[in-house]
Design a protein around this ligand. Structure first.
Ligand SMILES: Nc1ncnc2c1ncn2[C@@H]1O[C@H](COP(=O)(O)OP(=O)(O)OP(=O)(O)O)[C@@H](O)[C@H]1O
Ligand SMILES: [Mg+2]
Length: 461
């Protein structure tokens, strides 16, 4: 991108107490074509917002400032309902603050010491995602499509980026990921954002079709071509003409049908079952699967050439347990959604229940969390959702600490140790039926030590 030429001037406000850094950021971003203002404290930022009605496109906030800290500023912004995106600057030993900041809605963070490119990339990415988000938002306004992709984790941001890049093209996209991660949702968004949005989006669940029917389902058939084919029938590919077809669970298709599929992808031509005419179709193909197709190729049950045709672009949906930061956002989103659906009063969720949801592993991913919240909204009837209302299997929490993911999520040693402590104490008390002396023995602690630990986790200090 030519420097500064493409974006209309975005307005960035930088708050940092370090004169040198302030100047550096100001120069760097101005040179890139942004309009930059700088201030040196959080308090100043808040006063500035109160006193002027200049709107900003981005705040860059140092977390460590004298007076009001970056976290306090974030808190204040969210209390005021100010949704200007925020990028925080953090020192390198403050991962827990970074996590806190991200949880409080910061869009991203830059760690000191940083290099210039990193700053520019982070800022650019934010504006790109905003543009995509607003495009997706426009779509939502359109009649029936009220779906929104929730999530701000790095993994989801990568997904948005890919969607933004490929939606408009005609390239085939293979959407992979565990069950319930949002593959179908992505397919909807891809179609709605493409030049084919006015055309049909036809979905075929390949797993639900019996082997004997899939061919006629996909390609259609002529009257009398097999027992039961009483009339001529158009296949899904023909129906999808000028639009998009989603081959859901594409890993379930048999080898003979795969071969015919390949031909459609290569030539854009189909033949109805029992027919001899070649029919030309103009269809964009999306495919989804929760299988590992490369494995299937290796096992010889999926054609390699078809795999490469489908997988021109791959969108890999991350499992929820690898983006725990999104859990709270999804919970809030579904709380709203189901409150309206069931006409219930606003529902709040207790901190303890939220913590539980955040620690759970969600094998069924977003679908499971959606079901869980729907159920909780109905059961709580407008009261606070406590962990008693949740249906998560009681034994799931204690053992699910999943350290690898937590390290990847930069959760921080002390916060994880705290969870381990909590889990072991609960578990010991459970196994001792609440007998504290027995629990202390199980943990090789004195009764006094146990009590100190219990007190600590109860007060959260
Ligand atoms: N990021 C997200 N934000 C909001 N809702 C989501 C998100 N991801 C998934 N959902 C919702 O979760 C549910 C399951 O998603 P979807 O059907 O797209 O999953 P899938 O990957 O196709 O699952 P399967 O492999 O089981 O078919 C849907 O109701 C969908 O709208
Ligand atoms: Mg699906």
């Amino acid at each position: 991108m030519a420097r500064g030429s493409k974006h209309y001037q975005k307005h960035i406000l930088v708050a940092d107490d370090d004169d040198g850094l302030r100047e550096l950021l100001s120069d760097l971003l101005s040179e890139e074509g942004y309009h930059v203002e700088t201030i040196s404290t959080g308090d100043e930022l808040i006063t500035r917002l109160q006193e002027s009605d200049q709107s900003h496109d981005l705040f860059i906030l140092d977390l460590m400032m004298p007076g009001m800290s970056g976290l306090e500023v974030l808190e204040r912004l969210s209390a005021d309902g100010d949704d200007t995106p925020v990028i925080v600057i953090t020192g390198f030993d403050t991962s827990s603050n970074t996590i806190r900041a991200m949880q409080m809605g910061a869009y991203d963070y830059i760690q000191k010491p940083f290099d210039n490119d990193e700053v520019l990339v982070t800022v650019r990415r934010l504006f790109e995602h905003q543009a995509l988000a607003s495009r997706v938002h426009d779509l939502e306004q359109r009649a029936e499509l009220r779906e929104r992709m929730i999530g701000r984790s790095p993994a989801m941001r990568e997904t948005y980026k890919t969607i933004g890049r490929v939606a408009a093209s005609d390239a085939s996209v293979l959407i992979t990921g565990e069950t319930g991660t949002g593959k179908e949702l992505v397919a909807n968004i891809l179609h709605q954002n493409s030049s084919r949005a006015k055309g049909p989006l036809i979905k075929v669940n390949c797993a639900a079709l019996p082997e004997t029917l899939i061919e006629s389902e996909l390609f259609g058939h002529e009257k009398g071509s097999f027992t039961g084919a009483l009339n001529q029938r158009k296949g899904r590919f023909e129906l999808a003409n000028q639009g998009t077809i989603l081959l859901d669970e594409v890993g379930e298709i048999s080898l003979p049908v795969q071969k015919k599929l390949l031909r459609v992808l290569q030539e854009g031509e189909i033949e109805r079952v029992g027919g001899s005419n070649v029919i030309h179709v103009d269809v964009r193909v999306l495919a989804a699967t929760n299988r590992n197709l490369i494995e299937e190729v290796k096992r010889g049950v999926f054609r390699e050439d078809l795999y490469y045709r489908l997988n021109v672009i791959n969108i890999q949906m991350p499992p929820l347990r690898e983006r725990r930061g999104d859990i709270a956002l999804l919970v809030e989103h579904f709380l709203e959604k189901y409150r309206y659906k069931s006409d219930a009063p606003p529902t709040k969720i207790s901190e303890e229940a939220m913590q539980r949801l955040e620690e759970y592993d969600w094998p069924g991913n977003v679908r499971q969390i959606e079901n869980e919240i729907e159920r909780a909204v109905v059961l709580s009837q407008g009261k606070v959702i406590t962990s008693q209302i949740l249906s998560l299997a009681a034994q799931d929490l204690p053992t699910q600490i999943d350290l690898g993911t937590r390290v990847r999520n930069r959760e921080g040693l002390s916060s994880v140790l705290e969870k381990v402590e909590r889990v072991m104490l609960h578990e010991a008390l459970r196994q001792s039926d609440g007998d504290e002396e027995e629990a202390a023995r199980l943990l090789d602690l004195s009764i006094d030590q146990l009590k100190t630990h219990l007190q600590r986790i109860e007060t959260g200090s």
